[in-house]
Design a protein around this ligand. Structure first.
Ligand SMILES: Cc1ncc(COP(=O)(O)O)c(C=O)c1O
Length: 204
């Protein structure tokens, strides 16, 4: 049993205490407080959400569409997603049973990790990368292990680096291609040659 909390910090779960503050968020907050500075801190489109999307959201509010939907998300939207991934990526997912809508990547990643990782399982991810992957694994009680990629290889994943990081406790690998911030890519054919069969692959 854990000891009785003595300080405010002690109230925070031990695994959460190990997670550092996000430097990019600190930077973003500083830039927000300054006049005439363009913030390149957070990756966002350089345009406002197109009007037809904003209009649809406003119209839905006007019609009182403010209640819960299915936990999977609206079926109409899931059907649209199913068509989109079929037409663009040649993969078939059943909108009734195989698609779940989240508010973004972070929620999807969190759900995927918590659904697949047992405490102490190792999850591999490639660096340099977006800031939240390591903490997401820690929050799911997994052990995050980075695979370094290098400019000289255009930040591609190398089989020997995966092999050097993988152990019998490796449960999953997270793949972010094209990678933020390096722009590295990975083809399906190359991944098939790199991949160990027993892994869960979480990609976006
Ligand atoms: C590569 C990458 N992963 C994850 C995220 C987080 O995405 P979201 O804001 O949809 O949770 C971002 C956001 O910029 C990102 O660039």
């Amino acid at each position: 049993m854990s000891k009785t909390p003595q300080t405010k910090r002690d109230f925070i779960a031990e695994h959460v205490r190990t997670i550092p503050r996000s430097g990019i968020r600190d930077f973003f907050d500083i830039v927000q407080s300054m006049e005439n500075v363009v913030s390149l801190g957070i990756g966002e489109p350089g345009f406002v959400t197109p009007w037809h999307i904003r209009e649809a959201a406003i119209y839905a509010l006007e019609r009182g569409k403010t209640g819960y939907t299915s936990n999977f998300g609206l079926l109409k939207l899931r059907r649209g997603i199913s068509r989109y991934v079929r037409d663009n990526f040649a993969v078939e997912y059943d909108p009734n049973t195989e698609i779940l809508v989240t508010v973004g990547v972070s929620e999807a990643l969190d759900i995927a990790l918590r659904a697949t990782i047992n405490p102490g399982d190792e999850v591999l991810y490639h660096e340099p990368c977006y800031v939240s992957y390591h903490p997401s694994v820690v929050l799911a009680h997994g052990l995050a292990k980075a695979i370094q990629t290098r400019a000289v290889d255009n930040f591609a994943l190398r089989a020997e680096d995966i092999a050097a990081t993988v152990t019998s406790r490796t449960r999953a690998i997270m793949l972010n291609f094209p990678t933020n911030p390096t722009g590295a890519t990975l083809t399906q054919g190359k991944w098939k040659r790199l991949r160990a069969p027993a892994w869960t692959t979480i990609c976006w």
